[in-house]
Structure formats: C-alpha cells, structure tokens
Design a protein around this ligand. Sequence first.
Ligand code: AMP
Length: 331
Amino acid sequence: MSEKIVYSALKPTGDLQLGNYIGALRNMVRMQDEHTCIYTIADMHSITVDCVPADLRRRTYEFLALFLAIGLDPNKSTLFLQSMVHQHAELAWVLNCNTQFGEARRMTQFKDKSAKNPENVNVGLFSYPTLMAADILLYQADLVPIGKDQKQHLELARTIAERFNHRYSPTFVVPDGIFNTHGAKIQNLLDPTAKMGKTDDNAGGVVFLLDDPDTIMRKFKRAVTDCGNEIVARADKPGITNLLTIYSVMKGITVKEAEQHFVGVGYGDFKMAVGQSVVDVLAPIQARYRELIANKAYLDQVLKEGAQKASYMAQKTLSKVYRKIGFVTPK
Ligand code: AMP
C-alpha cells in the first residue's frame, strides 16, 4: 500500500450519470488498491442549492448502493457520509476565519451558480470552497482527483493550507489535484459541445447509471452525430468523438482501436454498438445495486462504520487545529 492518501467526494445532487462513472467512479475503484482512499458522499454540499429533503435522503442511499455496486469496498476504503462526521463543519468554520472574503468572491463557480439561481444566493453557497477545503485537509490528503470545474477550489484549499501552516506551524498536508486524461470529459449526447451532467437541462442526452437497457439504447439512437460518414475522433466531429470515447472506455481499448473497429460502419449501427457497450457494463452493476438497495440494514451499517473510521482520522487533525489556534481543550 502506498503512503499516499486520496480524497474524493461526490455530492448527492442529481442522479449519477455515465460521466461520473467514466470521469470519477471507475478511477476511485482502481485507486483503492494503490492508495489509502477516503470517499465521501458530500450531502452537506448538496444543501447549498435548493434541495428537497426526501430526494436527498433517497439519493444518499442510491449513491451508497451504487458506489458499492461499482466496486468501492468499505474494507479497502473509508466510505462515509459527510454530515455524519461533525468535524467537517467544525474545521470549515476555522477555515472560514482564515480565508479572505476577496478570495472566496473570486470563485467562478459561485458566480455561475448565483447567476443561475438568483433567488437563493445563500452564504453556504459562498463558503462552499472552505467546506471543501476542510473535507480534504481533515484527512491530510496528498491527492485529490478532480474535474476541471473544481480546479479553482482546490487551488484555494492549497492557499488556505499553506497560510495556516505558515501562521500556526505545519499542520496540513498541501494537497495536489490529479486530473484524469483518458475519457476525462463525457459530453451530452444531444449536445456534444456541453458536458454530460447530473443536473443537465438536456436530460435526454444524459445516460443515468440506473437507466434501464431500453432507455439507454433509445438515448444512443437519438445521439447527435456530425457531418460526413467517417467514424473518427476529430475536433470538428464532437459527437462522433464523444461516442468513440465512451465506447473505448467501456471496452477498455484506445480511441484509435475503437476507430479501427468501426471502419466502414454506418452511423446508425455505430450508435447502437456504443449503446450496447454501455448496457453490457451497467447491467451487472444495476443487478448488484438492486440487491444492495433492498438491504437498508446493511447500508446503514456501512454508513455507521464508515463514519466511525472517518471521525477517528478527522478528530486527530481537528484537535491539532484547535490547540494551535488557542481553543482550550482540557484533558
Ligand atoms: P459532478 O457530478 O459534477 O458533481 O462531478 C462529480 C465527479 O464526476 C467529478 O470528479 C467530475 O469531474 C466527474 N464528472 C461529472 N460529469 C462528468 C463528465 N461528463 N465527464 C467526465 N467526468 C465527469
């Protein structure tokens, strides 16, 4: 086991989709055997936007069951629910007091999200990056796999960690981001110029991990292609490139190999082959998911044990922080 600590979190807002699987979950499974992994369902981040309580509750279990079905293993990783580990909120407060208003105000995600939802620009949305910094720094994480959208937030986490270390003496590991290169970004099937996302307006172009096979095939049948009839990955062919990327990941081959496989094939047959490759990967995951979601007692046990493990690690860091900033902690 390597000495590296990896931290990763997914927010239960919107249903998990193929981009999450390709860009995040699949790599999280792989990393379990190489590193010490801390994996979080970040429900405290979910409430920074409007969130129906019943949906949050349902999704939390769905996320957990899907994580387990995909292969995240609570015996290998620390897998837990953020709100069950109170140290996240506590460290976030300390970090809020060590982050400048101007720094937080520069975050482009805050600007984007508040422009999209002008009726709910809450303070939590503004301080989201300091909670995220607390999530990571609590576990002394070395590596944080992130999408490009989180790059700025990770930079801020590094700045906060460095500042705290400088001001109070070394306390936090300064984390590095790692970016996935192969299949880094999966695009919406109906608009290949936009990223496939959990909360897309264009849901017809999003393949959800719990979509049944007919729905998946229908979505691929309707997928937007490009002019011409060549099946090659090229900048002027975003639709075909996206489909080739998906196929290559599903089959564990390179995009070049996928191109060779489809020489002389028509767009219609190509789209069906890509759809089928996704169905073949998701079918066993969904079968396992159905068993797990029916077993709430087991899921609750995973949550409790995960929170205990996480809390033990988190408390070590938090106690150190409290001591350093001058909070009295009688023995
Ligand atoms: P989000 O669903 O945007 O909260 O993202 C959760 C994780 O999934 C992050 O690591 C993202 O980079 C990854 N992810 C989400 N959507 C995609 C996508 N369309 N392509 C690749 N990775 C994605």
